[in-house]
Design a protein around this ligand. Structure first.
Ligand code: F0G
Length: 456
């Protein structure tokens, strides 16, 4: 069918401010061509992130009213804990205000100078938190995961041979093995159940725990159901339970696959590590039954977790991205295939071959999308990952532009508008030029770097 069936009605609306191109040209110049600097009401379609931007359901808003704000032992915490354990059977569930707070606690306790934390691909905050302790964040995604054109069904898989070799050679430096589902930085690509089990087997053979960064676990499970032999008849819930049943712990941003606007957690089985994590939590986040969240946020997450595994929702979610992806391809816009779970990733390096990686083709495309159509996307490439921990600048593995879809927010008409804007960009793509960075902070530079357009 050509029509995406959005399985919800809209009860509350937010107006979108319509801007003109000349206005947008001035606005983007005034923030030094960094899209993070824009006021969001100067953006018409905001695809910067799918994080914290979901539309909550009527049931979530109702649950918010049930939020109990007791400092300790709130029933909202116990509802939250039950909802998490229903899907992710870990002993200890420790709420945090968002995903990176869970990462900061985990790595402060396990990483440190000289350590190595392998993953399929660390996302920026995960890498930042690993490196902040002095450890090395190592990406071991399979080779297909670095090739935007490979149609491997599970391009998020970790390379088990390389993982095994790392553990055999430098196992004493490795505190834990991490897997990001789906693999956000690599195009929102899923990890197979077989690969999760394989990573657990390898990690356990060397007595290392496996932690899953579970941000987009439901989208990952949906792809497993669609693509992995023998999984088609199982429910998404069952698949989710098996994914996490193979692991020893997880970090989570509830701002993604829990439909919440804020929140996260660290969950794990190791009693001693959990006790240390709770001690740290009290210092940095709050008491273990709220951990940086209000009782009402815990309620929104508990309800969101029930809704996110609804297969009608997940079918619509995947259909939205596939709709955009196939139409962009027909227009000749190169994208990462297969289309990911939360976003369509445009291969800006292939789309704009006249712009070398160190002149940031992804940034050039992201700025063009804003100027042309008021669309805000996110560069995931050399701007985000090009500055190595040693201070050197090198091209990232890929130069992508992520069109991240907020959950339950935009309709098919918004998708069609986006496609119209792309058509205009395709017509003028050879005139687009690169950028240079005129100032950048020492870490996570993409958030605040200032850019200058290159004249040729
Ligand atoms: N892990 C992954 C895979 C993520 O995508 C993110 C956030 C985090 C951890 C951190 O979670 O934001 O709650 O602290 N990703 C957002 C994004 C910001 O736009 O992809 P957080």
């Amino acid at each position: 069918m050509k029509t995406i069936f959005e399985p919800f009605r809209i009860k509350v609306v937010e107006p979108i401010r319509i801007t003109r191109q000349d206005e947008r040209e001035k606005l983007i110049r005034s923030v030094h061509y960094n899209l993070f600097g824009l006021h969001s009401d100067d953006v018409m379609i905001d695809l910067l992130t799918d994080s914290g931007t979901s539309a909550m359901s009527a049931e979530q808003w109702a649950a918010i009213h049930r939020g109990d704000e007791s400092y300790a032992g709130s029933p909202s915490f116990y509802r939250f804990e039950r909802a998490v354990k229903e899907l992710m059977p870990f002993e200890h569930v420790i709420p945090t205000h968002q995903g990176r707070a869970a990462e900061a606690i985990l790595f402060a306790l396990t990483a440190g100078q000289g350590r190595i934390v392998p993953s399929n691909t660390h996302f920026d905050t995960t890498r930042g938190n690993v490196e902040a302790t002095g450890a090395t964040a190592l990406d071991l995604v399979i080779a297909e995961g670095r090739d935007p054109t490979s149609t491997h069904p599970f391009k998020g898989n970790i390379d088990l041979d390389r993982l095994e070799r790392l553990l055999a050679e430098k196992g004493d430096q490795v505190p834990l093995v991490m897997l990001t589902v789906t693999n956000n930085a690599g195009g929102g690509q899923p990890v197979s159940l077989e690969n999760i089990r394989g990573a657990a087997t390898v990690a356990h053979a060397y007595k290392k725990p496996l932690f899953i960064d579970g941000c987009r676990f439901a989208e990952n499970a949906w792809f497993i159901k669609q693509r992995e032999p023998g999984q088609g008849e199982r429910s998404v819930q069952e698949i989710v339970r098996e994914m996490f049943g193979a692991a020893d712990g997880m970090t989570m941003s509830a701002k993604k696959d829990a439909f919440a606007n804020i929140g996260g957690w660290l969950a794990l089985n190791d009693d001693a590590l959990a006790a240390a994590a709770r001690r740290r939590l009290i210092l940095t986040e709050g008491f273990p039954t709220y951990g940086g969240l209000a009782g009402r946020d815990l309620e929104a997450i508990a309800q969101g977790l029930k809704e996110i595994v609804d297969e009608n929702y997940l079918r619509y979610r995947a259909a939205t991205n596939a709709y955009l992806g196939t139409r962009l391809q027909k227009m000749g816009v190169p994208i990462v295939v297969p289309v990911g779970g939360h976003a369509v990733f445009v291969d800006a390096r292939a789309f704009l071959p006249q712009i070398p990686p160190l002149a940031y083709p992804g940034q050039a495309l992201a700025v063009a999308l804003y100027v042309q159509g008021g669309i805000r996307a996110c560069e995931i490439g050399t701007v985000m990952f090009g500055r190595a921990a040693d201070g050197e600048e090198r091209p990232a593995a890929m130069d992508l532009v992520r069109l991240a879809m907020p959950r339950r927010v935009y309709t098919q008409s918004h998708a069609d508008y986006l496609l119209d804007v792309f058509e205009e960009i395709v017509a003028q793509k050879d005139t687009l030029r690169g950028y240079r960075i005129r100032s950048e902070p020492p870490a996570l530079r993409h958030f605040t770097a200032e850019f200058e357009p290159l004249s040729s």
